[in-house]
Design a protein around this ligand. Structure first.
Ligand SMILES: Nc1ncnc2c1ncn2[C@@H]1O[C@H](COP(=O)(O)OP(=O)(O)OP(=O)(O)O)[C@@H](O)[C@H]1O
Length: 606
Protein backbone atom coordinates (compact mmCIF):
# COMPACT_ATOMS: atom_id res chain seq x y z
CA UNK A 1 0.00 0.00 0.00
CA UNK A 2 2.87 2.28 0.79
CA UNK A 3 3.65 2.32 -2.89
CA UNK A 4 0.48 4.14 -3.72
CA UNK A 5 1.88 7.48 -2.70
CA UNK A 6 4.79 6.98 -5.07
CA UNK A 7 3.41 8.75 -8.09
CA UNK A 8 1.65 11.62 -6.42
CA UNK A 9 4.43 12.27 -3.97
CA UNK A 10 7.07 13.15 -6.53
CA UNK A 11 5.47 16.48 -7.41
CA UNK A 12 5.53 17.46 -3.78
CA UNK A 13 9.14 16.42 -3.52
CA UNK A 14 10.07 18.58 -6.45
CA UNK A 15 8.40 21.56 -4.83
CA UNK A 16 10.12 20.89 -1.54
CA UNK A 17 13.46 20.74 -3.32
CA UNK A 18 13.07 24.31 -4.42
CA UNK A 19 13.93 27.23 -2.28
CA UNK A 20 12.18 30.55 -2.42
CA UNK A 21 14.67 33.13 -3.57
CA UNK A 22 15.10 35.56 -0.72
CA UNK A 23 18.05 37.76 0.06
CA UNK A 24 19.00 35.39 2.87
CA UNK A 25 18.76 32.19 0.80
CA UNK A 26 20.69 33.85 -1.99
CA UNK A 27 23.43 34.94 0.42
CA UNK A 28 23.67 31.43 1.86
CA UNK A 29 23.67 29.94 -1.64
CA UNK A 30 26.62 32.10 -2.57
CA UNK A 31 28.67 30.37 0.11
CA UNK A 32 29.02 27.38 -2.18
CA UNK A 33 31.07 29.69 -4.41
CA UNK A 34 33.90 29.36 -1.91
CA UNK A 35 34.57 26.17 -3.87
CA UNK A 36 35.09 28.29 -6.97
CA UNK A 37 37.67 30.51 -5.26
CA UNK A 38 40.69 28.28 -5.94
CA UNK A 39 39.83 28.50 -9.64
CA UNK A 40 38.91 32.17 -9.63
CA UNK A 41 41.22 33.17 -12.52
CA UNK A 42 39.77 30.58 -14.81
CA UNK A 43 36.33 31.62 -13.67
CA UNK A 44 37.04 35.27 -14.52
CA UNK A 45 38.40 34.32 -17.94
CA UNK A 46 35.23 32.28 -18.47
CA UNK A 47 33.13 35.29 -17.48
CA UNK A 48 34.99 37.52 -19.94
CA UNK A 49 34.33 35.06 -22.75
CA UNK A 50 30.74 34.82 -21.67
CA UNK A 51 30.39 38.60 -21.84
CA UNK A 52 32.11 38.68 -25.24
CA UNK A 53 29.95 35.93 -26.68
CA UNK A 54 26.77 37.56 -25.35
CA UNK A 55 27.75 40.94 -26.77
CA UNK A 56 28.86 39.73 -30.20
CA UNK A 57 25.49 38.07 -30.60
CA UNK A 58 23.87 41.46 -30.10
CA UNK A 59 25.66 42.78 -33.19
CA UNK A 60 23.87 40.23 -35.33
CA UNK A 61 20.45 41.95 -35.68
CA UNK A 62 22.16 45.26 -36.22
CA UNK A 63 24.25 43.94 -39.13
CA UNK A 64 21.29 42.12 -40.65
CA UNK A 65 19.42 45.45 -40.66
CA UNK A 66 22.39 47.13 -42.32
CA UNK A 67 22.56 44.38 -44.93
CA UNK A 68 18.91 44.90 -45.67
CA UNK A 69 19.42 48.65 -46.02
CA UNK A 70 22.44 48.29 -48.26
CA UNK A 71 20.49 46.08 -50.66
CA UNK A 72 18.12 48.98 -51.27
CA UNK A 73 20.90 51.52 -51.44
CA UNK A 74 21.84 51.60 -55.12
CA UNK A 75 23.78 54.83 -55.03
CA UNK A 76 27.09 54.03 -53.36
CA UNK A 77 28.80 50.92 -54.66
CA UNK A 78 26.15 48.61 -53.28
CA UNK A 79 27.77 45.27 -53.98
CA UNK A 80 30.84 46.16 -52.06
CA UNK A 81 28.77 47.15 -49.07
CA UNK A 82 26.63 44.08 -49.24
CA UNK A 83 29.67 41.86 -49.36
CA UNK A 84 31.38 43.69 -46.54
CA UNK A 85 28.38 43.46 -44.29
CA UNK A 86 27.83 39.81 -45.09
CA UNK A 87 31.46 39.17 -44.28
CA UNK A 88 30.99 41.10 -41.06
CA UNK A 89 28.06 38.85 -40.25
CA UNK A 90 30.20 35.78 -40.82
CA UNK A 91 32.88 37.27 -38.61
CA UNK A 92 30.33 37.86 -35.86
CA UNK A 93 29.14 34.29 -36.04
CA UNK A 94 32.71 32.99 -36.10
CA UNK A 95 33.70 35.09 -33.12
CA UNK A 96 30.56 34.04 -31.31
CA UNK A 97 31.53 30.41 -31.95
CA UNK A 98 35.08 30.89 -30.69
CA UNK A 99 33.99 32.83 -27.60
CA UNK A 100 31.36 30.23 -26.77
CA UNK A 101 33.91 27.45 -27.04
CA UNK A 102 36.27 29.26 -24.66
CA UNK A 103 33.45 30.03 -22.25
CA UNK A 104 32.35 26.37 -22.13
CA UNK A 105 35.96 25.22 -21.79
CA UNK A 106 36.86 27.54 -18.90
CA UNK A 107 33.58 27.14 -17.05
CA UNK A 108 33.84 23.37 -17.36
CA UNK A 109 37.31 23.45 -15.82
CA UNK A 110 36.03 25.49 -12.90
CA UNK A 111 32.76 23.66 -12.35
CA UNK A 112 34.20 20.14 -12.76
CA UNK A 113 36.98 20.82 -10.27
CA UNK A 114 34.81 22.72 -7.81
CA UNK A 115 32.14 20.04 -7.96
CA UNK A 116 34.67 17.25 -7.46
CA UNK A 117 35.86 19.12 -4.36
CA UNK A 118 32.30 19.42 -3.05
CA UNK A 119 31.79 15.70 -3.65
CA UNK A 120 35.08 14.88 -1.91
CA UNK A 121 34.19 17.02 1.10
CA UNK A 122 30.71 15.54 1.28
CA UNK A 123 32.02 11.99 1.13
CA UNK A 124 34.71 12.70 3.66
CA UNK A 125 31.98 14.17 5.87
CA UNK A 126 29.72 11.16 5.37
CA UNK A 127 32.29 8.66 6.54
CA UNK A 128 33.14 10.76 9.56
CA UNK A 129 29.60 11.38 10.74
CA UNK A 130 28.41 9.41 13.75
CA UNK A 131 26.18 6.37 13.32
CA UNK A 132 23.28 8.28 14.87
CA UNK A 133 23.25 10.57 11.82
CA UNK A 134 22.48 7.58 9.60
CA UNK A 135 19.66 6.41 11.79
CA UNK A 136 17.72 9.58 11.22
CA UNK A 137 17.99 9.46 7.46
CA UNK A 138 17.56 6.96 4.68
CA UNK A 139 20.65 6.02 2.70
CA UNK A 140 18.92 6.97 -0.57
CA UNK A 141 18.31 10.44 0.76
CA UNK A 142 21.95 10.82 1.78
CA UNK A 143 23.39 9.56 -1.49
CA UNK A 144 21.14 11.92 -3.43
CA UNK A 145 23.04 14.77 -1.75
CA UNK A 146 26.23 13.65 -3.41
CA UNK A 147 24.59 12.85 -6.76
CA UNK A 148 21.46 14.89 -7.58
CA UNK A 149 22.10 17.92 -5.42
CA UNK A 150 25.71 18.26 -6.49
CA UNK A 151 24.68 17.86 -10.14
CA UNK A 152 22.23 20.71 -9.66
CA UNK A 153 24.93 22.92 -8.22
CA UNK A 154 27.17 22.00 -11.14
CA UNK A 155 24.42 22.97 -13.57
CA UNK A 156 24.04 26.24 -11.74
CA UNK A 157 27.76 26.96 -11.88
CA UNK A 158 28.13 26.23 -15.55
CA UNK A 159 24.91 26.42 -17.55
CA UNK A 160 22.47 28.38 -15.41
CA UNK A 161 24.91 31.11 -14.52
CA UNK A 162 25.97 31.56 -18.14
CA UNK A 163 22.38 31.53 -19.34
CA UNK A 164 21.34 34.02 -16.71
CA UNK A 165 24.14 36.34 -17.67
CA UNK A 166 23.35 36.01 -21.35
CA UNK A 167 19.63 36.57 -20.99
CA UNK A 168 20.13 39.61 -18.78
CA UNK A 169 22.73 41.07 -21.17
CA UNK A 170 20.44 40.42 -24.13
CA UNK A 171 17.57 42.06 -22.35
CA UNK A 172 19.49 45.14 -21.20
CA UNK A 173 21.60 45.68 -24.31
CA UNK A 174 18.64 44.85 -26.53
CA UNK A 175 16.40 47.41 -24.84
CA UNK A 176 19.10 50.10 -24.96
CA UNK A 177 19.74 49.47 -28.67
CA UNK A 178 16.10 49.55 -29.68
CA UNK A 179 15.52 52.66 -27.58
CA UNK A 180 18.37 54.26 -29.43
CA UNK A 181 16.79 53.23 -32.76
CA UNK A 182 13.32 54.50 -32.00
CA UNK A 183 11.88 55.36 -28.63
CA UNK A 184 8.35 55.41 -29.98
CA UNK A 185 8.51 51.94 -31.48
CA UNK A 186 10.37 50.62 -28.42
CA UNK A 187 7.72 51.83 -26.01
CA UNK A 188 5.04 50.36 -28.24
CA UNK A 189 6.87 47.05 -28.39
CA UNK A 190 7.66 46.92 -24.66
CA UNK A 191 4.03 47.54 -23.81
CA UNK A 192 2.89 44.58 -25.85
CA UNK A 193 5.42 41.90 -26.62
CA UNK A 194 7.01 41.10 -23.21
CA UNK A 195 3.54 41.01 -21.69
CA UNK A 196 2.53 38.39 -24.21
CA UNK A 197 5.71 36.40 -23.53
CA UNK A 198 5.10 36.54 -19.79
CA UNK A 199 1.53 35.31 -20.34
CA UNK A 200 2.89 32.46 -22.46
CA UNK A 201 5.19 31.58 -19.60
CA UNK A 202 2.41 31.34 -17.05
CA UNK A 203 0.40 29.33 -19.52
CA UNK A 204 3.37 27.01 -20.11
CA UNK A 205 3.73 26.35 -16.38
CA UNK A 206 0.11 25.38 -16.05
CA UNK A 207 0.53 22.89 -18.90
CA UNK A 208 3.65 21.47 -17.32
CA UNK A 209 1.77 20.98 -14.07
CA UNK A 210 -1.09 19.23 -15.81
CA UNK A 211 1.18 16.88 -17.71
CA UNK A 212 2.92 16.03 -14.44
CA UNK A 213 -0.45 15.28 -12.90
CA UNK A 214 -1.34 13.03 -15.81
CA UNK A 215 1.91 11.14 -15.34
CA UNK A 216 1.27 10.76 -11.62
CA UNK A 217 -2.20 9.46 -12.22
CA UNK A 218 -0.93 7.00 -14.78
CA UNK A 219 1.62 5.87 -12.19
CA UNK A 220 -1.27 5.30 -9.79
CA UNK A 221 -2.98 3.03 -12.26
CA UNK A 222 0.26 1.09 -12.60
CA UNK A 223 0.44 0.65 -8.85
CA UNK A 224 -2.91 -1.13 -8.95
CA UNK A 225 -1.73 -3.43 -11.74
CA UNK A 226 1.50 -4.20 -9.91
CA UNK A 227 -0.14 -4.74 -6.54
CA UNK A 228 -2.88 -7.00 -7.79
CA UNK A 229 -0.67 -9.05 -10.09
CA UNK A 230 1.80 -9.63 -7.29
CA UNK A 231 -0.97 -10.72 -4.99
CA UNK A 232 -3.09 -12.41 -7.63
CA UNK A 233 -3.76 -15.35 -5.30
CA UNK A 234 -5.33 -13.05 -2.75
CA UNK A 235 -7.46 -11.33 -5.41
CA UNK A 236 -8.75 -14.70 -6.59
CA UNK A 237 -9.20 -16.16 -3.14
CA UNK A 238 -11.47 -13.25 -2.26
CA UNK A 239 -13.15 -13.40 -5.71
CA UNK A 240 -12.39 -9.73 -6.03
CA UNK A 241 -11.49 -9.77 -9.74
CA UNK A 242 -14.35 -7.53 -10.76
CA UNK A 243 -13.77 -5.25 -7.78
CA UNK A 244 -10.17 -4.71 -8.92
CA UNK A 245 -11.26 -4.17 -12.54
CA UNK A 246 -13.63 -1.49 -11.27
CA UNK A 247 -10.90 0.10 -9.18
CA UNK A 248 -8.53 0.12 -12.14
CA UNK A 249 -11.18 1.58 -14.45
CA UNK A 250 -11.99 4.45 -12.11
CA UNK A 251 -8.34 5.46 -11.70
CA UNK A 252 -7.88 5.16 -15.47
CA UNK A 253 -10.91 7.41 -16.00
CA UNK A 254 -9.34 10.00 -13.75
CA UNK A 255 -6.07 9.83 -15.67
CA UNK A 256 -7.90 10.20 -18.99
CA UNK A 257 -9.84 13.23 -17.72
CA UNK A 258 -6.65 14.95 -16.59
CA UNK A 259 -4.91 14.07 -19.86
CA UNK A 260 -7.78 15.53 -21.90
CA UNK A 261 -7.80 18.66 -19.76
CA UNK A 262 -4.05 18.92 -20.40
CA UNK A 263 -4.58 18.49 -24.14
CA UNK A 264 -7.20 21.24 -24.04
CA UNK A 265 -4.74 23.64 -22.45
CA UNK A 266 -2.00 22.52 -24.83
CA UNK A 267 -4.24 23.24 -27.81
CA UNK A 268 -5.11 26.63 -26.37
CA UNK A 269 -1.43 27.29 -25.76
CA UNK A 270 -0.50 26.57 -29.36
CA UNK A 271 -3.29 28.86 -30.52
CA UNK A 272 -2.09 31.51 -28.14
CA UNK A 273 1.47 31.23 -29.42
CA UNK A 274 0.33 31.46 -33.02
CA UNK A 275 -2.19 34.23 -32.55
CA UNK A 276 -0.75 36.03 -29.51
CA UNK A 277 2.99 36.00 -30.05
CA UNK A 278 2.98 36.20 -33.81
CA UNK A 279 0.16 38.71 -33.54
CA UNK A 280 2.41 40.74 -31.25
CA UNK A 281 5.18 40.63 -33.81
CA UNK A 282 2.74 41.67 -36.54
CA UNK A 283 1.67 44.60 -34.37
CA UNK A 284 5.29 45.68 -33.95
CA UNK A 285 5.94 45.31 -37.68
CA UNK A 286 2.74 47.14 -38.48
CA UNK A 287 3.57 50.04 -36.22
CA UNK A 288 7.18 49.99 -37.39
CA UNK A 289 6.03 50.03 -41.03
CA UNK A 290 3.94 53.13 -40.41
CA UNK A 291 7.01 54.75 -38.87
CA UNK A 292 9.06 53.74 -41.96
CA UNK A 293 6.34 55.15 -44.19
CA UNK A 294 6.51 58.42 -42.25
CA UNK A 295 10.26 58.40 -42.69
CA UNK A 296 10.93 58.17 -38.97
CA UNK A 297 13.12 55.06 -39.20
CA UNK A 298 14.95 53.27 -42.01
CA UNK A 299 13.75 49.96 -43.40
CA UNK A 300 16.84 48.15 -42.25
CA UNK A 301 16.32 49.52 -38.79
CA UNK A 302 12.87 47.98 -38.71
CA UNK A 303 14.39 44.61 -39.63
CA UNK A 304 16.97 44.98 -36.85
CA UNK A 305 14.25 46.08 -34.51
CA UNK A 306 12.11 43.03 -35.18
CA UNK A 307 15.10 40.76 -34.65
CA UNK A 308 15.94 42.49 -31.36
CA UNK A 309 12.30 42.08 -30.36
CA UNK A 310 12.56 38.34 -30.93
CA UNK A 311 15.81 38.24 -28.94
CA UNK A 312 14.27 40.20 -26.07
CA UNK A 313 11.17 38.03 -26.11
CA UNK A 314 13.27 34.87 -25.98
CA UNK A 315 15.30 36.20 -23.07
CA UNK A 316 12.17 37.14 -21.09
CA UNK A 317 10.90 33.60 -21.68
CA UNK A 318 14.29 32.13 -20.74
CA UNK A 319 14.51 34.12 -17.53
CA UNK A 320 11.29 32.55 -16.26
CA UNK A 321 12.75 29.10 -16.71
CA UNK A 322 16.02 30.15 -15.14
CA UNK A 323 14.23 31.42 -12.06
CA UNK A 324 13.05 27.85 -11.41
CA UNK A 325 16.56 26.54 -11.94
CA UNK A 326 18.10 29.06 -9.56
CA UNK A 327 15.49 28.11 -6.97
CA UNK A 328 16.34 24.43 -7.34
CA UNK A 329 20.07 25.16 -7.13
CA UNK A 330 19.61 27.21 -3.96
CA UNK A 331 17.66 24.36 -2.38
CA UNK A 332 20.39 21.89 -3.34
CA UNK A 333 23.11 24.21 -2.05
CA UNK A 334 21.37 24.59 1.25
CA UNK A 335 21.06 20.83 1.71
CA UNK A 336 24.73 20.33 0.85
CA UNK A 337 25.86 23.05 3.25
CA UNK A 338 23.65 21.58 5.97
CA UNK A 339 25.50 18.27 5.71
CA UNK A 340 28.89 19.96 5.57
CA UNK A 341 28.08 21.69 8.84
CA UNK A 342 27.08 18.51 10.71
CA UNK A 343 29.44 17.77 13.60
CA UNK A 344 31.84 14.90 12.93
CA UNK A 345 33.02 12.18 15.26
CA UNK A 346 36.17 13.28 17.07
CA UNK A 347 38.45 10.86 15.26
CA UNK A 348 42.09 11.42 14.47
CA UNK A 349 42.30 12.80 10.90
CA UNK A 350 45.95 11.92 10.27
CA UNK A 351 46.29 8.57 8.58
CA UNK A 352 48.41 6.39 10.80
CA UNK A 353 49.58 2.82 10.43
CA UNK A 354 47.92 0.57 12.99
CA UNK A 355 51.30 -0.13 14.54
CA UNK A 356 51.66 3.52 15.54
CA UNK A 357 48.51 3.49 17.65
CA UNK A 358 49.24 2.77 21.34
CA UNK A 359 48.13 -0.72 22.29
CA UNK A 360 45.82 -1.26 25.28
CA UNK A 361 46.09 -4.37 27.39
CA UNK A 362 42.35 -4.97 27.24
CA UNK A 363 40.80 -4.62 30.72
CA UNK A 364 37.15 -3.73 30.24
CA UNK A 365 34.78 -2.51 32.89
CA UNK A 366 31.18 -1.30 32.67
CA UNK A 367 29.79 0.60 35.66
CA UNK A 368 26.05 1.28 35.94
CA UNK A 369 25.73 1.92 32.24
CA UNK A 370 22.35 3.31 31.18
CA UNK A 371 21.47 4.02 27.60
CA UNK A 372 18.69 4.80 25.16
CA UNK A 373 19.13 5.26 21.42
CA UNK A 374 19.03 8.88 20.25
CA UNK A 375 16.20 8.01 17.85
CA UNK A 376 14.09 6.56 20.67
CA UNK A 377 15.02 8.50 23.78
CA UNK A 378 11.95 7.33 25.71
CA UNK A 379 12.91 3.64 25.55
CA UNK A 380 15.61 2.66 28.01
CA UNK A 381 17.55 -0.09 26.20
CA UNK A 382 20.19 -0.62 28.92
CA UNK A 383 19.32 0.07 32.54
CA UNK A 384 22.16 -0.67 34.87
CA UNK A 385 24.90 -2.70 33.27
CA UNK A 386 27.99 -3.43 35.36
CA UNK A 387 30.58 -6.08 34.66
CA UNK A 388 34.34 -6.58 34.28
CA UNK A 389 36.33 -8.52 31.74
CA UNK A 390 40.01 -8.67 32.58
CA UNK A 391 42.72 -8.53 29.96
CA UNK A 392 42.88 -11.81 28.06
CA UNK A 393 39.58 -13.11 29.50
CA UNK A 394 36.71 -14.38 27.39
CA UNK A 395 33.17 -13.34 28.17
CA UNK A 396 29.92 -14.22 26.43
CA UNK A 397 26.73 -12.22 26.28
CA UNK A 398 23.61 -14.33 26.00
CA UNK A 399 19.93 -13.56 26.26
CA UNK A 400 16.77 -13.28 24.23
CA UNK A 401 16.60 -11.28 21.02
CA UNK A 402 16.33 -7.56 21.67
CA UNK A 403 17.76 -7.86 25.20
CA UNK A 404 20.52 -5.37 24.46
CA UNK A 405 23.60 -7.50 23.70
CA UNK A 406 24.65 -5.72 20.53
CA UNK A 407 23.96 -2.38 22.16
CA UNK A 408 26.48 -3.17 24.94
CA UNK A 409 29.13 -3.75 22.26
CA UNK A 410 28.24 -0.68 20.21
CA UNK A 411 28.80 1.42 23.32
CA UNK A 412 32.27 -0.06 23.83
CA UNK A 413 33.22 1.23 20.38
CA UNK A 414 31.63 4.60 21.17
CA UNK A 415 29.20 4.41 18.30
CA UNK A 416 26.91 6.20 20.73
CA UNK A 417 27.55 8.03 23.95
CA UNK A 418 26.00 6.74 27.14
CA UNK A 419 23.60 8.67 29.33
CA UNK A 420 24.59 7.22 32.68
CA UNK A 421 27.48 5.34 34.28
CA UNK A 422 30.83 4.77 32.64
CA UNK A 423 32.83 2.38 30.49
CA UNK A 424 36.54 1.98 31.10
CA UNK A 425 39.30 0.32 29.14
CA UNK A 426 42.51 -0.28 31.12
CA UNK A 427 40.98 1.80 33.91
CA UNK A 428 40.52 4.83 31.68
CA UNK A 429 37.10 6.22 30.71
CA UNK A 430 36.65 5.58 26.99
CA UNK A 431 35.57 9.20 26.54
CA UNK A 432 39.09 10.19 27.53
CA UNK A 433 40.76 7.84 25.06
CA UNK A 434 41.04 9.07 21.48
CA UNK A 435 38.29 7.49 19.43
CA UNK A 436 40.76 6.35 16.79
CA UNK A 437 42.98 4.71 19.39
CA UNK A 438 40.01 2.99 21.01
CA UNK A 439 38.61 1.60 17.76
CA UNK A 440 42.05 0.61 16.47
CA UNK A 441 42.35 -1.66 19.49
CA UNK A 442 39.06 -3.43 18.89
CA UNK A 443 38.51 -6.08 16.23
CA UNK A 444 35.04 -7.17 15.17
CA UNK A 445 33.85 -10.29 13.42
CA UNK A 446 30.23 -9.40 12.70
CA UNK A 447 27.21 -11.60 12.45
CA UNK A 448 26.60 -10.87 8.77
CA UNK A 449 29.92 -10.35 7.06
CA UNK A 450 29.63 -7.83 4.25
CA UNK A 451 32.71 -7.74 2.08
CA UNK A 452 33.66 -4.94 -0.28
CA UNK A 453 33.42 -5.60 -4.00
CA UNK A 454 37.18 -6.03 -4.68
CA UNK A 455 39.46 -9.06 -4.50
CA UNK A 456 39.91 -11.44 -1.58
CA UNK A 457 43.36 -9.93 -0.98
CA UNK A 458 41.94 -6.41 -0.71
CA UNK A 459 39.23 -7.61 1.63
CA UNK A 460 41.69 -9.26 4.01
CA UNK A 461 44.09 -6.32 3.82
CA UNK A 462 41.22 -4.08 4.96
CA UNK A 463 42.21 -5.15 8.47
CA UNK A 464 45.58 -3.44 8.00
CA UNK A 465 46.08 -1.72 4.63
CA UNK A 466 49.88 -1.64 5.08
CA UNK A 467 50.14 -5.44 5.47
CA UNK A 468 52.64 -7.30 3.30
CA UNK A 469 51.76 -10.18 1.02
CA UNK A 470 53.33 -12.66 3.46
CA UNK A 471 51.27 -11.27 6.36
CA UNK A 472 48.07 -11.55 4.33
CA UNK A 473 48.84 -15.16 3.43
CA UNK A 474 49.69 -15.99 7.05
CA UNK A 475 46.44 -14.44 8.26
CA UNK A 476 44.48 -16.42 5.68
CA UNK A 477 46.18 -19.64 6.86
CA UNK A 478 45.39 -18.95 10.51
CA UNK A 479 41.79 -18.19 9.59
CA UNK A 480 41.44 -21.56 7.78
CA UNK A 481 40.78 -19.60 4.63
CA UNK A 482 43.96 -20.37 2.69
CA UNK A 483 42.81 -23.67 1.21
CA UNK A 484 39.54 -22.47 -0.17
CA UNK A 485 41.17 -19.31 -1.51
CA UNK A 486 43.81 -21.39 -3.30
CA UNK A 487 41.12 -23.64 -4.75
CA UNK A 488 39.84 -20.69 -6.81
CA UNK A 489 41.66 -20.31 -10.15
CA UNK A 490 42.54 -16.70 -9.36
CA UNK A 491 43.48 -17.35 -5.72
CA UNK A 492 43.81 -14.14 -3.71
CA UNK A 493 42.89 -12.14 -6.81
CA UNK A 494 39.40 -13.65 -6.96
CA UNK A 495 36.76 -10.95 -7.08
CA UNK A 496 34.23 -11.52 -4.30
CA UNK A 497 31.34 -9.85 -6.14
CA UNK A 498 29.20 -7.10 -4.74
CA UNK A 499 29.06 -7.47 -0.93
CA UNK A 500 30.85 -10.79 -1.25
CA UNK A 501 27.91 -12.67 -2.76
CA UNK A 502 30.18 -15.03 -4.67
CA UNK A 503 31.39 -16.60 -1.40
CA UNK A 504 29.51 -18.85 0.99
CA UNK A 505 28.56 -17.68 4.48
CA UNK A 506 31.34 -19.72 6.13
CA UNK A 507 33.92 -18.46 3.62
CA UNK A 508 32.92 -14.86 4.21
CA UNK A 509 33.28 -15.38 7.95
CA UNK A 510 36.75 -16.80 7.56
CA UNK A 511 37.75 -13.80 5.46
CA UNK A 512 36.43 -11.58 8.25
CA UNK A 513 38.49 -13.59 10.75
CA UNK A 514 41.62 -13.22 8.61
CA UNK A 515 40.94 -9.52 8.49
CA UNK A 516 40.72 -9.38 12.29
CA UNK A 517 43.90 -11.47 12.66
CA UNK A 518 45.70 -8.97 10.48
CA UNK A 519 44.40 -6.08 12.55
CA UNK A 520 45.72 -7.86 15.64
CA UNK A 521 43.56 -6.03 18.17
CA UNK A 522 43.83 -6.34 21.96
CA UNK A 523 40.05 -6.57 22.26
CA UNK A 524 37.92 -8.81 20.11
CA UNK A 525 34.18 -8.79 19.52
CA UNK A 526 32.66 -11.89 18.00
CA UNK A 527 29.08 -11.55 16.96
CA UNK A 528 28.08 -15.10 16.29
CA UNK A 529 26.00 -15.83 13.20
CA UNK A 530 22.44 -16.78 14.09
CA UNK A 531 22.06 -19.23 11.23
CA UNK A 532 24.11 -22.35 11.68
CA UNK A 533 26.65 -23.31 9.04
CA UNK A 534 27.03 -26.92 7.91
CA UNK A 535 29.10 -28.89 10.40
CA UNK A 536 32.26 -28.98 8.26
CA UNK A 537 32.24 -25.24 7.75
CA UNK A 538 31.21 -24.66 11.37
CA UNK A 539 34.22 -26.63 12.56
CA UNK A 540 36.62 -24.65 10.35
CA UNK A 541 35.14 -21.33 11.46
CA UNK A 542 35.23 -22.30 15.14
CA UNK A 543 38.86 -23.41 14.85
CA UNK A 544 39.73 -20.08 13.23
CA UNK A 545 37.86 -18.18 15.93
CA UNK A 546 39.75 -20.08 18.65
CA UNK A 547 42.99 -19.13 16.98
CA UNK A 548 41.89 -15.51 16.76
CA UNK A 549 40.84 -15.34 20.44
CA UNK A 550 44.25 -16.45 21.74
CA UNK A 551 45.72 -13.80 24.01
CA UNK A 552 42.96 -11.26 23.44
CA UNK A 553 40.17 -9.97 25.63
CA UNK A 554 37.13 -11.36 23.88
CA UNK A 555 33.43 -10.65 24.12
CA UNK A 556 31.24 -13.09 22.24
CA UNK A 557 27.62 -12.34 21.47
CA UNK A 558 26.40 -15.89 21.54
CA UNK A 559 23.30 -17.20 19.86
CA UNK A 560 24.18 -20.87 20.01
CA UNK A 561 25.11 -21.73 23.56
CA UNK A 562 27.12 -24.81 22.54
CA UNK A 563 29.97 -22.59 21.37
CA UNK A 564 30.57 -20.78 24.66
CA UNK A 565 31.05 -23.55 27.22
CA UNK A 566 34.72 -22.72 27.55
CA UNK A 567 34.45 -18.97 28.15
CA UNK A 568 35.50 -17.54 31.53
CA UNK A 569 32.30 -15.69 32.14
CA UNK A 570 28.77 -15.72 30.81
CA UNK A 571 26.58 -12.64 31.22
CA UNK A 572 22.89 -13.28 30.79
CA UNK A 573 21.09 -10.16 29.60
CA UNK A 574 17.38 -9.61 29.75
CA UNK A 575 15.54 -6.35 29.16
CA UNK A 576 18.69 -4.30 29.33
CA UNK A 577 19.90 -5.78 32.61
CA UNK A 578 22.36 -8.45 33.62
CA UNK A 579 20.22 -11.07 35.28
CA UNK A 580 22.88 -13.76 35.79
CA UNK A 581 26.64 -13.95 35.69
CA UNK A 582 29.00 -16.91 36.04
CA UNK A 583 30.69 -19.77 34.23
CA UNK A 584 28.76 -22.33 32.20
CA UNK A 585 28.96 -24.86 35.04
CA UNK A 586 27.79 -22.41 37.68
CA UNK A 587 24.87 -21.13 35.66
CA UNK A 588 23.66 -24.49 34.41
CA UNK A 589 23.50 -25.71 38.00
CA UNK A 590 20.73 -23.28 38.80
CA UNK A 591 17.67 -24.94 37.23
CA UNK A 592 15.47 -21.90 37.92
CA UNK A 593 17.93 -19.58 36.15
CA UNK A 594 17.49 -17.97 32.80
CA UNK A 595 20.64 -19.57 31.37
CA UNK A 596 19.56 -23.09 32.26
CA UNK A 597 16.23 -22.25 30.74
CA UNK A 598 17.82 -21.03 27.49
CA UNK A 599 19.97 -24.17 27.45
CA UNK A 600 16.91 -26.39 27.75
CA UNK A 601 15.13 -24.45 25.01
CA UNK A 602 18.03 -24.82 22.59
CA UNK A 603 18.40 -28.46 23.44
CA UNK A 604 14.73 -29.06 22.67
CA UNK A 605 14.99 -27.11 19.43
CA UNK A 606 18.04 -28.92 18.12
N1 LIG B 1 19.81 1.77 16.22
C1 LIG B 1 18.79 1.59 17.05
N2 LIG B 1 17.92 2.60 17.27
C2 LIG B 1 16.89 2.42 18.13
N3 LIG B 1 16.67 1.29 18.81
C3 LIG B 1 17.49 0.25 18.61
C4 LIG B 1 18.61 0.35 17.73
N4 LIG B 1 19.27 -0.82 17.72
C5 LIG B 1 18.61 -1.61 18.57
N5 LIG B 1 17.55 -0.97 19.11
C6 LIG B 1 16.63 -1.51 20.12
O1 LIG B 1 17.36 -1.77 21.28
C7 LIG B 1 16.97 -2.99 21.86
C8 LIG B 1 18.18 -3.87 22.05
O2 LIG B 1 18.71 -4.23 20.79
P1 LIG B 1 20.02 -5.08 20.58
O3 LIG B 1 20.30 -5.11 19.13
O4 LIG B 1 21.07 -4.59 21.49
O5 LIG B 1 19.53 -6.49 21.06
P2 LIG B 1 20.28 -7.90 20.97
O6 LIG B 1 20.18 -8.48 22.33
O7 LIG B 1 21.61 -7.73 20.38
O8 LIG B 1 19.31 -8.67 19.99
P3 LIG B 1 19.66 -9.81 18.88
O9 LIG B 1 20.05 -11.02 19.64
O10 LIG B 1 18.34 -10.01 18.19
O11 LIG B 1 20.71 -9.27 18.00
C9 LIG B 1 15.91 -3.58 20.96
O12 LIG B 1 14.65 -3.33 21.54
C10 LIG B 1 16.04 -2.83 19.67
O13 LIG B 1 14.79 -2.65 19.07
Amino acid sequence: MAKRGFGSGSGEQEKEGRKKITKESFRRGLRIFSYVLPYKYKFIVGLVFLALSSLTMMAFPYLVGKLFDSSADTASAPLQNINMIALGLFAVILLQGIFSFCRVYFFAQVSENAVANIRRDLYSKFVQLPISFYEKRRVGEITSRITTDVAQVQDAMSITLAELFRQVTTLLVGVVVIMWMSIKLSLFMLATFPVLVALALVFGRKIKMLSKKTQDELANTNVIVEETLQAINTVKAFTNEMFEVGRYRSTLDKAVKTAIKGAYYRGAFITFIIVGLFGGIILVIWYGATLVANGEIARGELVSFVLYTVFIGASVGGLGDLYGKVQAALGATERILEILQEPEEPTDKSIKALGEVPRVSGDISYRHVAFSYPTRPDIQVLRDISFNVRAGEKAALVGPSGAGKSTIIQLLMRFYDIQGGGIKVDGKDIRDISMTELRANIGVVPQEVLLFGGTIRENIAYGRPQATEAEITAAARKANAYDFIQSFPEGFDTLVGERGIKLSGGQRQRIAIARAILKNPAILILDEATSALDSESEHLVQQAMDELMKGRTTIVIAHRLATIRKVDKILVIENGEIVEEGSHEELSENPEGMYANLLRLQFELS
